[in-house]
Design a protein around this ligand. Structure first.
Ligand code: NAP
Length: 454
């Protein structure tokens, strides 16, 4: 009875190291880890020990006989990953070697931000005996996007906060809330009091559409912040009085927003959605949410797992050519197959996934697609997050990241980055674990006088 990863998991790879037969891939040291939609269990190699289930922080792994109907497609999705055969290498996945500091007092590190990358960086740092971490968070509560980005109906994913609570309870960890670097404390003071500073401040802004009429339209990230009660976004007002809403872009954020706009409010009431958002959604007249993609179905930016989750929760209709252009493989081929296999929608609110529909402008009445006006009350752009400059650090406007070499900020002393401000807004919560580990290893190598990659 093989075990099965049952959704776009968090990719933190704890399961990889827990597995006694190295049957969960890609592992963090394999080249396709960075681009993988999720991790997959090889059904032919799984020995059914259940160690991965215990290790998974978000409850994404189940024995195959215990799958719910919504999870059943993942049995094949896991198996398909191994169709071409895969060299599992060593019997056990390669566990990174323990961190060591060569000499001197244990390191004292400041970490700015308290989202997933920050928490994983702290965890890695605290593996060094006697190390201390001071974490600075501008908001009154910690955990960043793990708290304010995950949709309220994704309760399992939110359970990653339990892992962060465990990290925060370790000796040597101190959390400073309501403390903004640049306002309450500056970089020089952080460096004075610590051996190094790690910025894990995420991508706090979003990319903007460069189209006529697009100035001032709402963004999906504002909407997500609103329904999750983010202190910066509670005062937004969204027009839910029209029967149609349009979301531009079709990544996982767009699907989250489309789902929240169409789910039965009674379902949302059982979650910890922000009360004001729930009230507004109860009064909503939105019947149809159109998710606009400028390219075709095989190029959808959402992951297969999130598409399956959407289709299990609400009616989904596809508008676009679903014929296979040939030559597709991996995630693109799977997405096309899943879209083509969607059943007929039932009654009630629906999400329309519309393809080959690049918007050309916005008017007060909706979205222009060439000559066509797609009427809508609410229009949200969902075309990706973007990092903001960090005071005193270099910044690449094009990528919205701080230029760095394996986490070391280029041209700066004892200063590092981790997470989205380091690599851009991509991946899942647990992807930040591998990213933060790389940064901390660079930092420790520098403390030890060994330049990584030199
Ligand atoms: P994303 O995955 O990068 O998707 C951006 C979308 O915007 C794409 O469809 C892209 O289309 C479109 N786009 C970009 N520029 C555009 C333009 N000028 N005009 C029209 N469309 C444009 O971004 P995201 O949805 O914000 O997600 C960010 C990251 O968070 C992703 O890694 C995502 O997987 C992750 N996330 C995961 C979950 C989850 O696992 N449940 C939930 C939320 C977010 P093109 O492809 O044509 O460029």
């Amino acid at each position: 009875m093989p075990h099965v990863v049952t959704r776009s998991c968090c990719n933190d790879a704890n399961c990889v190291y827990a597995c006694p037969v190295n049957c969960i891939h890609p592992t963090p040291d394999e080249p396709d880890f960075a681009t993988a939609e999720m991790l997959y269990i090889d059904p032919a190699a799984c020995v059914d020990c259940g160690a991965c289930m215990t290790a998974c922080p978000v409850g994404a792994i189940r024995p195959h006989l215990a799958l719910t109907p919504d999870q059943a497609p993942f049995l094949q999705i896991n198996a398909d990953f191994y169709k071409e055969g895969r060299d599992r290498g060593t019997l056990l996945a390669r566990v990174p070697s323990p961190l060591r500091v060569r000499e001197g007092a244990p390191p004292r590190v400041a970490i700015v931000g308290s989202g997933p990358a920050a928490m994983y960086a702290a965890d890695e740092m605290l593996t060094i005996p006697g190390a201390t971490v001071d974490m600075y968070e501008r908001l009154p509560v910690p955990y960043g996007l793990a708290r304010f980005g995950v949709a309220p109906d994704h309760g399992d994913t939110r359970r990653v906060a339990d892992t962060f609570d465990v990290i925060a309870r370790q000796d040597g960890f101190r959390l400073h809330l309501n403390t903004e670097v640049g306002r309450d404390i500056d970089h020089a003071a952080l460096l004075d009091g610590h051996d190094a500073v790690v910025y894990a401040v995420g991508a706090a802004s979003d990319r903007r559409l460069d189209l006529p009429g697009a100035d001032g339209i709402g963004t999906a990230t504002e909407f997500v912040g609103w329904y999750n009660g983010h202190p910066d976004h509670t005062r937004h007002v969204f027009d839910l009085s029209h029967r149609r809403a349009v979301i531009i872009g079709n990544g996982n954020v767009a699907l989250d927003v489309a789902r929240i706009l169409t789910l039965d409010p009674a379902t949302l009431a059982a979650t910890d959605i922000a009360p004001d958002a729930l009230e507004a959604l109860r009064a909503s007249r939105v019947e149809e949410v159109v998710v606009l993609a400028r390219r075709g179905p095989a190029d959808s930016a959402f992951t297969s797992g999130e598409l399956l989750g959407l289709a299990a929760a609400v009616n989904v209709v596809v508008e676009g050519d679903l014929s296979d252009p040939g030559g597709l493989e991996g995630a693109a081929s799977r997405k096309l197959g899943l879209l083509a296999g969607l059943g007929a929608p039932g009654e009630g609110r629906r999400v329309v996934l519309r393809y080959f529909s690049a918007p050309t402008g916005l008017t007060p009445d909706g979205v222009l697609i060439g000559e066509e006006l797609l009427e809508a009350g609410l229009v949200l752009s969902s075309i990706g997050y973007k990092g903001r400059p960090v005071p005193g650090l270099p910044f690449d406007e094009g990528t919205g990241t701080v230029p760095n070499d394996k986490g070391r900020v280029i041209g700066m002393d004892r200063t590092y980055v981790a997470g989205w401000i380091k690599r851009g807004p991509n991946g899942f919560i647990g992807t930040n674990k591998t990213c933060a580990r790389e940064t901390v290893r660079t930092l420790v190598a520098d403390l030890n006088g060994v330049l990584i990659g030199a």
